[in-house]
Ligand binder design. Structure first.
Ligand code: SAM
Length: 289
């Protein structure tokens, strides 16, 4: 072979070489390669000996470098699957977690009962982020009327983008700091269910500077306090936004269930229940009037 005529990089040789250089798992590199080339996994195999164009090569190398620095795959490929649907995500929103799919399940069970009786049913999702909860509820039960809030205009942009990409039409997005602007409306807002997965990490929790959390928006993770600020506010203000018989379901951190339940164990809530996630970890509190 002539010096100066190195073989052109192919998908396969680039994957192998990057694996050796970065130590990243081949499965992750394949996901990044699909993203850089626009190929799916089958295409990756059938095109494995094809030459990799320069722009795609540098795109792939840049993604691999970001992954090596710890950035979550979901941000690199700008997508996270939630309830079997692809949600666009980037650094403006929390990456939706699998446990949150279970919050949606719990909410759907309750809402199904009302839907089967053909009752107009309204839901509020506080701190919607990517829109994962609100949009999934909207698509699973299109007769629901859903309102979704977030303090972050950037997050609402992402949520609205997801709603239109996924075809959810029955959602109203509102920029609001918790309950500001929602209370004392005429006519008053009245919901059957309030759902929230609020920021719940204490401000000095060391996890905030570790792993994936380093890359997620701080205002989506921590309440800048003891981790319970949002639960107290939801317990205090949600009763004036709930119809008779309505309820709240919140997701919380794995050590917080007793404290979150205590927030809701006050009038007018009649029934407060802690629920585990599928792994058996205390994860949700359900309270109804
Ligand atoms: C833990 S993330 C949850 C995102 C999404 N609901 C999910 O489950 O994947 C919390 C969200 O609350 C929003 N948030 C933070 N402070 C808020 C506030 N004061 N009022 C409303 N939303 C707030 C953040 O922007 C973030 O999108």
């Amino acid at each position: 072979m002539n010096k100066g005529h190195l073989p052109a990089p192919t998908l396969q040789t680039t994957l192998q070489q990057t694996r050796e250089e970065t130590g990243l798992p081949m499965g992750e590199l394949r996901i990044l390669m699909c993203h850089a080339t626009g190929l799916n996994k089958v295409g990756l195999v059938s095109q494995s000996h094809a030459e990799l164009p320069m722009d795609q090569l540098s795109n792939f190398k840049a993604l691999a470098a970001r992954r090596q620095a710890g950035e979550p795959i979901a941000y690199l490929v700008e997508q996270k699957e939630f309830y079997s649907r692809p949600f666009f995500v980037d650094h403006r929103v929390l990456i939706p977690r699998p446990e949150t799919e279970e919050l949606v399940e719990h909410a759907l069970v309750f809402l199904q009962k009302r839907a089967s009786e053909n009752l107009l049913t309204r839901v509020l999702d506080i701190g919607t982020g990517s829109g994962a909860i609100a949009i999934t509820l909207a698509l699973e039960n299109p007769i629901l009327e859903i309102s979704a809030t977030d303090i972050s205009a950037d997050a609402l942009w992402v949520a609205q983008h997801n709603a239109s990409a996924l075809g959810a039409k029955n959602i109203r997005f509102i920029q609001a700091d918790l309950f500001n602007g929602l209370l004392n409306q005429t006519p008053p807002l009245a919901f059957d269910r309030i759902c929230s997965n609020p920021p719940s990490i204490e401000n000095n929790d060391p996890h905030l500077s570790q792993g994936d959390l380093r890359f997620e928006p701080p205002h989506a993770l921590t309440d800048q306090g003891d981790g319970l600020r949002f639960y107290r506010a939801i317990a205090q203000h949600s009763p004036s936004l709930l119809r008779a018989g309505g309820g709240v379901i919140v997701e919380h951190g794995h050590t917080q269930q007793a404290a979150v339940m205590a927030c809701f164990k006050q009038a007018p809530f009649k029934h407060v229940q802690g629920l585990p996630d599928l792994a058996g970890t205390p994860r949700f509190v359900y309270a109804h009037l």
